[in-house]
Design a protein. Structure first.
Length: 276
């Protein structure tokens, strides 16, 4: 996302004795300097008796700059709103969304500062108009009232841009929340499918475990009776058990205990990693 923030600093001084206005601009981008210079080089002569004439001209340029910033944010927001929902897993560009939201916050901040400044300028100009009787021979009342109307007009425009900027922020937050909810809904659907698959696997494992438990006793007994410790005489139909049968248990019991102890310490030394 390409962008450029313009900074405009100015110093203005009105010399009452000569009705001259001195304006110094710095840190502004060259195109902005040129546009401001053009509007200031052709003032109406009756306006020069009013020290606030320059603010009416500059306010118009500032309002245009603020308007371009607000509508640039609006274009990005509208582009996000009109994007088609992709098939498959959503891939929201959260970094881009938050970058646009950051710029929208900055635009709203600068608009609020501009609006407060305009209100202060208008209040000072109205105070100037209330004391115009002191300058009745030099001040053009009609020109001063026209300047006041222009200041009020630009203030109204900046106030409208504040509402538009607030709407941009709300719409953008709505899109960010929608993107998050769509991604979460998709992940939830996948989790449900995984849960169903795990449930099916669990049922299969239960079946396997059931048949294993069913045949385990018979397998154990057949293994024991198939050892040489038991001898069946078919002619006499008798069973004989070797007097060394204790050897079987002498090996089975310790081996089983060693296996359980080894398993216990293996889990203590190499624990299974848990997902945080």
């Amino acid at each position: 996302m390409e962008y450029r923030w313009d900074k405009v600093n100015m110093f203005i001084r009105w010399i009452a004795s000569s009705r001259r206005t001195i304006a110094v601009f710095f840190d502004a981008h060259p195109p902005i300097q040129e546009s401001v210079r053009k509007v200031l080089l052709s003032p109406d002569l009756p306006w020069l008796n009013d020290p606030f004439w320059i603010y009416a001209r500059i306010a118009g340029e500032i309002a245009c700059l603020q308007g371009s910033a607000v509508w640039a944010i609006r274009d990005h927001v509208r582009g996000i709103e009109t994007e088609a929902i992709p098939k498959g897993r959503p891939q929201p560009k959260y970094r881009r969304l938050h970058d646009i939201a950051r710029h929208a916050i900055h635009v709203s901040e600068s608009l609020d500062v501009t609006l407060n400044t305009m209100e202060s300028i208008i209040a000072q100009h109205q105070d100037f108009l209330s004391q115009q009787s002191k300058f009745s021979t030099e001040v053009d009342v009609d020109s001063s009232e026209n300047i006041n109307r222009q200041l009020l007009s630009w203030k109204h425009m900046i106030n409208s841009l504040c509402h538009r900027s607030a709407s941009n922020k709300d719409r953008l937050q709505n899109e960010i929340q929608l993107s998050f909810n769509i991604a979460a809904q998709h992940d939830t659907a996948i989790s449900v499918d995984i849960g169903r698959a795990a449930q099916a696997d669990s049922s299969a494992m239960k079946t396997i475990a059931f048949f294993t438990m069913a045949f385990l006793p018979a397998t154990f007994l057949s293994s024991v009776f198939s050892t040489s410790f038991f001898n069946y005489n078919a002619d006499s139909g008798t069973w004989k058990i070797s007097d060394k049968f204790w050897i079987y248990w002498a090996f089975v019991v310790p081996t089983t205990l060693v296996a359980f102890v080894a398993w216990f310490f293996w889990n203590r030394i190499f624990p299974v990693a848990r997902l945080e």
